[in-house]
Design a protein around this ligand. Structure first.
Ligand code: BG6
Length: 500
């Protein structure tokens, strides 16, 4: 059987499993007409091309590899020349300046080299029947320092070529304008998103994209996981652990998003705009009222970001969060009106796991307590397909806006057999289980969900650990944790899923 439409067939297969039937409810044989299925990537995990095409230095370029037990590090140097390194999401010590060392491997520099493989990769996505490909535009490729007045045309040429390749294969491009990064210069000169000046830089970046690429792109995301990004590498802010600095920086990101939507509506009629949120579901550890309320409050720390951006206003409970954390967000005249006038058209989110909170929990947004009812992956992520249906329902109840599951997938160790083939039935099972829950949310619960992009269709570098060993793809990349390998692409069993 030809591989074209494989994913379309996958949907039929998943939808026809028919394991959940309700009396009198017709379950359509497959996902709704026009549902967008495809894959998602980030530039510093996938693109590579460091130092090529006029690309400037990115905040993510200083990040090393780690593993499941060891944090990735940001390497730095003190004014006296002392070398050091700090955990990925932590603040750097006072006086430390991020620095690159010749004897350290930095995965973002080559990533898996989409820069030179994009035609091959997109052709493979086309062969699988992808209808959408989500990728980001690297900020320091388009504006090498972030402060230029004019964009780097070579970067725009590259992204236009990527888009044209997608369109030639019948794939809708979906662009994340900024995926957890910023040009290093904006950190150094302005302390990143703590400065309102960076809002102007970001909007100039968005304008350059809209003017050059807007007529070919319908779907845009202003930010990736805006509720979760933290620290030097993702937001370029020195003292980000300080709640005052944190929420002020996020306010600037809200403004940047709203101004970009305003601009996008002017320059790209017909385009739609979202932002992406990390929204693992949170369950109470017990039915003790204190645990239930604590889990609810913890959930709102993430939904706060969706509330501001989808409803266009800071929610009532923001007062409680800000009073408890000693935060006073500085707003200028017109800020609130701007947020109210330009809310998101749709809500997109990543879903990899659910988590558990109790009245005693102290974890931040990325943590959580174990759930004894769920299996976990090799990277200790609980696997919870039903939590995705819960999440879709919760978000649709709350916002009544179209939803897009923009990241989901299984990070696993893939061991090639003697012939070099990966038999990843575990990945097919994981994806099928999650797709079934999306189908049920749409067909049984009548949630408006219009797309799904699985994370990393071509194996790429892990964000959390910087490893290659943690693979998500349908397509294997010959490369190890140290960046060694041919980078040749090959199909896993999951690629041929419906053909077996
Ligand atoms: C999301 C990010 O948090 O999770 C991606 O948007 C990331 O950039 C993905 O890769 C999976 O996480 P990890 O750590 O397995 O790469």
């Amino acid at each position: 059987m030809a591989h074209t439409q494989v994913l379309f067939l996958l949907f039929c297969e998943v939808a026809n499993m028919g394991d959940i039937r309700l009396e009198g409810v017709e379950i359509p044989a497959r996902f709704p007409e026009g549902f967008l299925f495809g894959g998602a990537t980030s530039d510093f995990q996938y693109e590579g091309g460091f130092g090529e095409g006029g690309r400037g230095i990115l905040s993510q370029d200083f990040v090393t590899t780690g593993d499941v037990d060891h944090d990735r590090q940001i390497t730095w140097v003190m004014p006296d020349g002392t070398r050091g390194a700090s955990p990925y999401r932590a603040s750097l010590p006072q006086g430390a300046e991020p620095a690159l060392f010749d004897d350290v491997y930095y995965p973002s520099h080559q990533a898996v080299d989409f820069y030179h493989h994009f035609k091959e990769d997109i052709a493979l996505m086309g062969e699988m029947g992808f209808r959408v490909f989500r990728f980001p535009t690297c900020w320091s490729r388009v504006f090498p320092t972030g402060d230029e007045l004019e964009p780097n045309q070579e970067a725009l040429d590259f992204y236009e070529a990527v888009i044209d390749e997608c369109l030639a294969h019948g794939i809708e491009p979906l662009i994340t304008i900024c995926h957890d990064e910023l040009p290093d210069h904006l950190r150094k000169a302005y302390d990143g998103w703590s400065s309102r000046h960076v809002v102007d830089c970001y909007v100039r970046f968005a304008r350059a994209l809209f003017e050059r690429l807007g007529h070919k792109v319908k779907y845009w995301l202003t930010f990736n996981e805006i509720n979760a990004v933290a620290g030097y590498a993702q937001v370029g802010v020195h003292d980000f652990d300080n709640p005052q600095v944190h929420y002020q920086a996020k306010h600037h990101m809200f403004l940047a998003s709203a101004r970009t939507i305003k601009l996008g509506r002017e320059l790209c009629p017909g385009a739609v705009f979202g932002t992406m949120f990390a929204l693992s579901e949170i369950y109470p550890a017990t039915c003790k009222p204190e645990d239930v309320f604590a889990a609810y409050a913890k959930r709102r720390e993430s939904l706060f970001f969706v509330d501001v951006m989808a409803r266009g206003a800071y929610p009532n409970y923001a007062h409680e969060i800000f009073e408890r954390k000693g935060v006073r967000v500085h707003m200028e005249p017109g800020d609130e009106e701007l947020l109210a006038a330009y809310p998101l058209d749709f809500v997109s989110f990543s879903y990899y796991r659910s988590t558990v909170a109790s009245a005693e929990s102290t974890f931040d947004i990325m943590g959580g307590e174990p759930n004894p009812y769920l299996p976990v992956t090799a990277w200790k992520m609980p696997i919870d397909p039903l939590g995705l249906r819960y999440c879709l329902n919760e978000l649709y109840d709350r916002y009544q806006k179209p939803l897009f599951v923009i990241e989901n997938g299984l990070g696993a160790v893939d061991e090639p057999d003697a012939a070099g083939r990966i038999h990843d039935t575990y990945r097919m099972r994981y994806l099928a289980d999650h797709l079934k829950q999306i189908r049920d949310a749409i067909t049984i619960d009548h949630v408006d969900c219009f797309g799904y992009t699985m994370w990393g269709p071509v194996d790429l570098v892990s964000l959390g650990t910087g490893e290659m060993k943690k693979r998500y793809g349908f397509i294997y990349v010959d490369m190890d944790d140290r960046g060694q390998g041919t980078k040749a692409r090959s199909k896993k069993d999951s690629f041929d899923w419906s053909c077996t």
